[in-house]
Write a protein that binds this ligand. Structure first.
Ligand code: FE
Length: 467
């Protein structure tokens, strides 16, 4: 089995590769080292066009609405950055909201200054930062509307409820010099801090841009309580592959917070007794709706666990316990299905060929052979949370074999329907989809699976290359 658990653990290494990939070479190794030099991101007006009716789809991919095939019109832009406290510490669990004009200059607001709105553009998105404080959106370069230079609106809300409203601008835009709101920022360093380069991504077939906008809040991240385990109240309990908030029985779940374990490790064979997966590792235990979860990985700030079987649905409590006591209970939605793909290096679906070789862009992992997918070939995708199987497989136990999903699984790649030859459980909590790659052009394509009407996460991609 070739699931990359490092990718799931979202470490510094994968973050570094992400920034190398988009060619900016920027990453922070020691945030505290430059704490003195931080410029606070200035407060700017909310403006009149914060959505007056929220779109149903509010994820961090603004160019694809639900499982629409047609993307938004415009120059695709990968917008990322960190949310930092004034001391340079990453702000975890911060809600980042963006809203902006589409390629035509129109907002999704009912009073939009421009009427011919792109119906395929989401116009608004949200993202909750993890332990690195980082956020990511895929959007389009904002269009122009009368009276303003190009800009993207931001609102950041910390877990403690502090709020910053600001705007981000594009370096080199001719109208920047005459924009009243931008030039209303009196402090030159603060004004410069909201203007960022939108840089072409090397080798992008469709001319994508990358932009990085770090946000320094005028607050200090709240320190967690001294010894007890602490679960992040916002997005602290997520699908272990797709990072969507929620819990599905039998699925791999990641829990983010503090003071979980004093060391980091995965289970080993001696932890597994008579086919039962451990429910305690390094003194750490997890309950979901009062039932013990199997624990694969413990660390001070992240746990990977398998959700126990449960027939309940709706809000349930998750609690982490160690020798210092029980954590804050965090409420999450227990749902029968919440599928997610495991990823290679943050963006690419973890995929392999029947011979075990990895399907991914060439050179993605130093020292490991990876090759893009070819149209017509059978590849194997890995994920979790695809729901009940036939026959039923109990959670918390070793499983070897295969059990088909009870619900039909559909897969789309680059907007085309892909033939699914098999969809089912192949190991505890681990689902495998055997899929024929449709006839796609060279380049990166979105991959979406749908089961019982629920989609996998946005921004999972497959690299295709012929011959
Ligand atoms: Fe605006």
């Amino acid at each position: 089995m070739k699931v990359n658990w490092n990718a799931l653990q979202g470490g510094e290494e994968s973050r570094r590769r992400f920034f190398e990939r988009i060619g900016l070479g920027l990453f922070y190794t020691a945030a505290g080292a430059f704490a003195q030099q931080l410029t606070l991101t200035p407060e700017q007006t909310l403006g009149p066009y914060y959505p007056d009716r929220m779109p149903l789809d509010r994820d961090n991919d603004l160019i694809i609405l639900n499982d629409n095939i047609t993307p938004a019109v415009g120059t695709v832009t990968w917008l990322s950055g960190k949310v930092l406290g004034r001391n340079g510490k990453p702000m975890r669990g911060a809600l980042v909201e963006i809203w902006q004009a589409d390629n035509n200059g129109a907002y999704i607001h009912s009073q939009s200054p421009i009427a011919n709105r792109d119906a395929n553009f989401q116009g608004y998105g949200r993202f909750v930062t993890g332990s690195s404080g980082e956020y990511l959106f895929r959007t389009v370069k904002p269009g122009l509307y009368p009276g303003r230079t190009r800009h993207i609106h931001y609102q950041i809300t910390t877990p403690a409820g502090e709020r910053l409203v600001t705007q981000c601008y594009i370096e080199g835009e001719p109208l920047n010099n005459s924009d009243g709101i931008l030039n209303g920022i009196r402090d030159a360093a603060q004004r410069a801090s909201v203007i960022v380069p939108f840089t072409p991504i090397p080798d992008s077939r469709i001319g994508e841009l990358a932009a990085r906008f770090d946000i320094v809040m005028g607050f200090t991240p709240a320190d967690p309580p001294a010894d007890r385990p602490y679960i992040l109240p916002e997005n602290g309990v997520v699908n272990g592959a797709g990072f969507q908030s929620g819990v599905t029985p039998g699925a791999w779940i990641s829990i983010f917070g503090d003071n979980f374990a004093t060391t980091s490790r995965v289970w080993n064979t001696s932890d597994i007794v008579q086919g039962k997966l451990p429910t305690e590792l390094e003194g750490v235990r997890v309950t979901i709706n009062g039932k013990p979860a199997a624990i694969y990985y413990v660390s001070p700030s992240q746990l990977n666990v398998q959700a126990p079987d449960d027939t309940a649905q709706g809000p349930v409590q998750v609690v982490v316990t160690n020798s210092f006591g029980a954590s804050n209970p965090v409420t999450v939605q227990l749902q029968p299905v919440l599928p997610g793909f495991f990823l290679f290096d943050r963006f690419y679906v973890s995929a392999a060929r029947p011979d075990g070789s990895l399907v991914a862009p060439s050179g993605l992992f130093p020292g490991q052979l990876t090759r893009p997918a070819s149209p017509g070939e059978l590849i194997v995708l890995y994920g979790t949370g695809f729901g009940p199987t036939i026959p039923t497989v109990p959670a918390g136990e070793v499983f070897q074999g295969s059990a088909q999903t009870a619900n039909n699984v559909q897969v789309r790649m680059g907007g085309l329907s892909a033939e699914v030859r098999f969809a089912g459980l192949v190991s505890a909590g681990l689902y495998q989809l055997n899929v024929i790659v449709p006839n796609l052009a060279d380049g990166d394509h979105d991959v979406v699976a749908t089961v019982a009407g629920v989609r996998t996460q946005p921004l999972a991609r497959l690299r295709v290359q012929r011959g």
